[in-house]
Write a protein that binds this ligand. Structure first.
Ligand SMILES: NC(=O)c1ccc[n+]([C@@H]2O[C@H](COP(=O)([O-])OP(=O)(O)OC[C@H]3O[C@@H](n4cnc5c(N)ncnc54)[C@H](O)[C@@H]3O)[C@@H](O)[C@H]2O)c1
Length: 363
C-alpha cells in the first residue's frame, strides 16, 4: 500500500468545479477497484471567483502548497467578466507552469467510436497520436504573461523565440521515452520532430538536438516534418502519426487542430510535466456559456486524471497505478463503443453527472 499520495486540487471557476468533481469520482473508484492507497487532496482556492472575493488570484502560500504535493490537478481558471486593472484575465495557473518549469505539454488525440469524426476517410477512426508541446519557452518566451516583449515607441514590437539546449534535450528525451512507452502498448514507436528548420536557426538547433538524443533510442523511428506540412498532414493522414514533438507556439496551434479532428474541447486532456511535479487539467476553459447547467463534458478532465495516475505510477514507483489509469481509459473507450456515454457536447442526451455515473457503472 505504501504512503498515501497527495494531490493539490484547484477546482477553479465555472465548469472547472463540475469536471474536477467528476474526475475525482473516477479516480477514487479506479483506485478502490485496484485495491490501492487513496489519494488525499489538498484543495487550493484560486481563480477569478476567488479574486473577486479576496483581491488575490490564489490563496496565500498556494503556489508552494501546489509544488509540495505529488501532483497538481486543475479544473479551469478564468472568467471573461473578471479582470485585472490592465485588462488581462486572472491566470495563476500560468505562474505555476513557470515556477515549476512544466516544459512537457502532453496532449493526447484519440478517435473514439461513436464520437464525432470530422474527416470522411474511414481511417480517421484509427487516429491515436500525442502532441508534445514544449511549454516554457519557444515563441511564448516573451508572451504577454512574462512581460518580455520589446516595445519600441509604439512603432514596433519584438517577440523572441527562445530555444535552450537544456530544455530541448529534456523535451526530446521525454518524447522518445513516451514513444517507447506507447510502443510497448502497440503503437508504432515513432517520434516526429515538427519544426521549421529550413528557415529558422533556432529551429535547426531544435532539430539538431533531436538528432543527438535520437541516437540513444535506436528502437524508435525518427521522422521530420515542417510545421506547415504538418498542418496539411494532420488533415490528410493523421492516422500515420504517433508522437509529435514541437516548439511551444506550433504545439499550441497544432494541438487545437488535432483536437478538432476527434471531437471538441470536452475531449482534450492535457498534462504539463516538469522535473519535479506535473499539472493535469482539461485543455478547455471555464465555459461560462454553459456553467452551472450540468452540460459540461467531463471526459477531458477524466482522461487528464488518468494521465496523472500514469505520471504518479512512474514518479512514486507504483506500477499498480497504471492499472487504475488503464481502467479509466478502458471505461471511456467502452462507454463510447457501447454507445453508453453520449455527451450533450456531441449532440447526445447526457450531462456531466449522467456521463460520470455511467462511467462509474462501467468501471
Ligand atoms: N486552462 C484554463 O484554465 C483555461 C483554458 C482556456 C480558457 N480559460 C478561461 O476560460 C474562460 C472561457 O474561455 P473560452 O470561452 O475561450 O474557452 P472555453 O474552453 O471555456 O469554451 C470554449 C467553448 O467550448 C465549450 N466547452 C469548453 N469545454 C467544454 C466541455 N467540457 N464540455 C462542453 N463544452 C465545452 C464552451 O461551452 C464554449 O462554447 C476564459 O476566462 C478563459 O481565460 C481557461
Amino acid at each position: 500500500m505504501g504512503q498515501s499520495l497527495q494531490v493539490a486540487l484547484i477546482k477553479g471557476d465555472g465548469i472547472g468545479v463540475d469536471v474536477s468533481e467528476a474526475a475525482l469520482a473516477l479516480l477514487d473508484a479506479a483506485l478502490q477497484k485496484t485495491g490501492q492507497t487513496r489519494i488525499s487532496y489538498r484543495e487550493i482556492a484560486a481563480g477569478a471567483g476567488y479574486f473577486s472575493e479576496t483581491g488575490r488570484d490564489i490563496e496565500t502560500g498556494g503556489e508552494q502548497a501546489a509544488g509540495q504535493a505529488d501532483a497538481i490537478f486543475l479544473g479551469a481558471i478564468g472568467l471573461p467578466t473578471i479582470r485585472h486593472a490592465d485588462g488581462t484575465e486572472i491566470s495563476p495557473h500560468l505562474r505555476l507552469r513557470d515556477i515549476y518549469q512544466l516544459y512537457a505539454g502532453v496532449r493526447p488525440v484519440r478517435a473514439y467510436p461513436n464520437a464525432p469524426q470530422r474527416l470522411a476517410d474511414p481511417r480517421a477512426r484509427d487516429i491515436d497520436l500525442v502532441i508534445l508541446r514544449e511549454s516554457t519557452e519557444g515563441l511564448f518566451y516573451s508572451a504577454a504573461v512574462h512581460g518580455r516583449s520589446e516595445v519600441i515607441d509604439d512603432q514596433e514590437v519584438r517577440d523572441v523565440l527562445r530555444i535552450t539546449r537544456s530544455t530541448t534535450e529534456k523535451l526530446h528525451r521525454f518524447g522518445f521515452e513516451l514513444a517507447r512507452k506507447r510502443k510497448q502498448r502497440g503503437s508504432p514507436g515513432k517520434l516526429t520532430c515538427v519544426d521549421k528548420a529550413n528557415v529558422f536557426v533556432s529551429m535547426a538547433f531544435f532539430r539538431q538536438i533531436y538528432d543527438e538524443i535520437a541516437s540513444d533510442y535506436p528502437d524508435i523511428t525518427t521522422d521530420y516534418n515542417y510545421v506547415d506540412a504538418q498542418a496539411l498532414d494532420l488533415i490528410r493522414r493523421p492516422w500515420e502519426f504517433d508522437v509529435l514533438v514541437t516548439e511551444n507556439m506550433f504545439g499550441d496551434i497544432l494541438s487545437d487542430l488535432a483536437g478538432g479532428l476527434v471531437g471538441g474541447m470536452g475531449m482534450a486532456a492535457c498534462a504539463e510535466i516538469g522535473d519535479h511535479t506535473g499539472l493535469f487539467q482539461p485543455a478547455h476553459g471555464s465555459a461560462p456559456d454553459i456553467m452551472g447547467a450540468d452540460r459540461a463534458n467531463p471526459l477531458a478532465a477524466i482522461l487528464s486524471a488518468a494521465l496523472m495516475l500514469e505520471y504518479l505510477a512512474q514518479k512514486t514507483d507504483r506500477p499498480a497505478l497504471l492499472d487504475a489509469a488503464g481502467l479509466i481509459d478502458a471505461a471511456v473507450y467502452q462507454g463510447f463503443a457501447q454507445n453508453r456515454i453520449r455527451p450533450l457536447e456531441f449532440g447526445g442526451n447526457m450531462g456531466t453527472r449522467a456521463v460520470t455515473r455511467e462511467l462509474l457503472t462501467l468501471l
